[in-house]
Design a binder for this molecule. Structure first.
Ligand code: HEM
Length: 435
């Protein structure tokens, strides 16, 4: 794989910056699987079940959030042509406070521990709001025509808004002053989190990585220029529309059209790629886009048959398709391109003539291992969806498959980082003996 032209070693953050986030993230999804195994079908019984809220955040903040934070810190030098100042310090702060806060949040919600939630509040607030501010400020240096930078900035603003709403909702659990507007605020919080922070980020990152890693033509210029901004404005509009069902429906239909246009364009570009070799990342993205389209179809069906939209299965299906099907698939695929590339890139740039050979990306993470993990991931998704209809039969197999898939993902990432450490030690030895 060729190195992106704009990435240079003096600008790239140390490899430990993204890796600490990537290696921690699957531990949260493995914990989510254990929680599902422990609680069984009862966990899926009600939207407001505290353990289900804990499980949701093990995935949205713990797994997806951490990968997205690490990935952004890695991508900033490429998209903004300038790294974050003191990246190792910024990463250590955000990672330590963020991880601690997520653990406390999820334990506090699952086991109803107000004290844990009171401590989680400032930790998560500081880590995530600081991170969002850092991104918005750093990306001021990006060129105005860089559409990925623009989308990343909008996604960071959505993260800040999601966090502020999340903290307000959390204060309810921590201090017990039950807000009248709980359901309305939760709906806004989850829409901004899943469609704004996650959705807009995936859209913006896709502009850069789909053509580069999957060798497709570029996204149409009109789409890259307008889509992220349009989605952002529509999502903001949901706040004043909270009391008007008709306006909410209109905004929802426009959002559905925007995300459907993105998913269909991505699938179309993938079908036009130059080299039709099998590729795990491409298949993860395909699965992600199909899940997004299914989620959109389900949402539209619930607008046509309102009785369907108020059922517990509808919310669960929508959440699983968006979280496990869309976001986690795309993220898993991205990790399999980014991690071996970073390991290779950092080793190669340190290698001297006649020094030890640096393994290529396929040797760092063999496709046979990533492909099997991908099938396990999609099998877990299918079984989780089946568990919504037949919880007694499918909940335990779903939890086992989901846990196994994420454990395997984690082991694959650990093995790539071990290769880095081993070859780096050899390179260091060779350069001291040459010196
Ligand atoms: C500091 C960060 C966050 C905090 C403190 C937080 C807190 C909360 C709380 C307390 C609830 C439950 C609402 C209630 O019981 O009244 C909730 C719901 C939810 N949150 Fe978060 N959240 C955060 C970040 C996120 C992010 C980044 C996402 C998505 C990417 C997310 C996705 C969700 C979802 C999907 C639900 C709804 C679950 C349901 O309706 O069944 N949260 N959040």
């Amino acid at each position: 794989m060729s190195q992106p032209a704009s990435l240079s070693l003096d600008q790239a953050p140390p490899i430990g910056v993204p890796l600490r986030f990537f290696l921690t993230a699957p531990l949260f999804s493995i914990t989510a699987a254990l929680l599902l195994l422990w609680q069984g079908p009862d966990l899926l019984g009600s939207r407001w079940n505290p353990a289900l809220l804990g499980l949701t955040h093990l995935l949205t903040l713990g797994h997806m959030g951490l990968v997205m934070l690490g990935g952004i810190l890695q991508m900033l030098p490429v998209v903004a042509a300038a790294p974050v100042r003191r990246p190792a310090l910024a990463a250590a702060m955000v990672h330590t406070l963020g991880t601690g806060g997520i653990v406390l949040l999820c334990c506090g919600l699952t086991f109803t521990l107000p004290l844990a939630l009171k401590i989680a509040l400032p930790m998560l607030g500081t880590a995530l709001l600081l991170f969002a501010a850092l991104i918005v400020v750093t990306l001021r240096r990006a060129l105005p025509q860089n559409m990925t930078a623009r989308a990343m900035r909008l996604a960071a603003l959505m993260l800040a808004a999601t966090v502020l709403l999340g903290l307000t909702l959390l204060s309810n659990h921590a201090f017990g002053w039950w807000l009248q507007a709980r359901e309305m605020l939760t709906n806004l919080h989850l829409a901004w989190g899943l469609l704004g922070w996650v959705g807009i980020l995936v859209v913006g990152v896709a502009y850069q990585v789909v053509p580069m890693f999957q060798l497709t033509p570029s996204y149409p210029a009109k789409l890259t220029r307008w889509l992220a901004a349009l989605l952002f404005i529509l999502l903001l509009g949901l706040a004043p529309a909270s009391h008007s069902p008709a306006l909410r429906m209109l905004l929802g239909i426009l959002l559905a059209a925007g995300f459907a246009a993105f998913a269909l364009t991505t699938l179309w570009l993938q079908s036009k790629r130059r080299r039709k070799l099998p590729d795990v990342t491409l298949n993860f993205w395909r699965g992600g886009m199909i899940s997004l389209l299914l989620a959109i179809a389900l949402w539209l069906a619930a607008q046509i048959v309102p009785a369907m939209g108020i059922t517990q299965s509808y919310g669960l299906l929508l959440g699983m398709l968006m979280i496990v099907g869309f976001a986690m698939s795309v993220i898993n695929g991205m990790l399999y391109k980014i991690v071996p590339f970073l390991v290779w890139f950092h080793l190669q740039s340190r290698r001297r003539a006649n020094g030890p050979k640096v393994p290529n990306v396929r040797e760092i993470l063999p496709e046979s291992r990533t492909r099997r993990q991908m099938w396990l991931h999609f099998a877990a998704l299918g079984t989780l969806l089946a568990a919504v209809f037949l919880p007694a039969t499918f909940t335990y197999p779903a939890a086992l498959l989901f846990g196994a898939s994420n454990l395997w993902l984690w082991l694959n990432l650990v093995s790539a980082s071990r290769t880095y450490r081993r070859v780096n030690a050899l390179l260091r030895q060779a350069s001291t003996s040459a010196g």
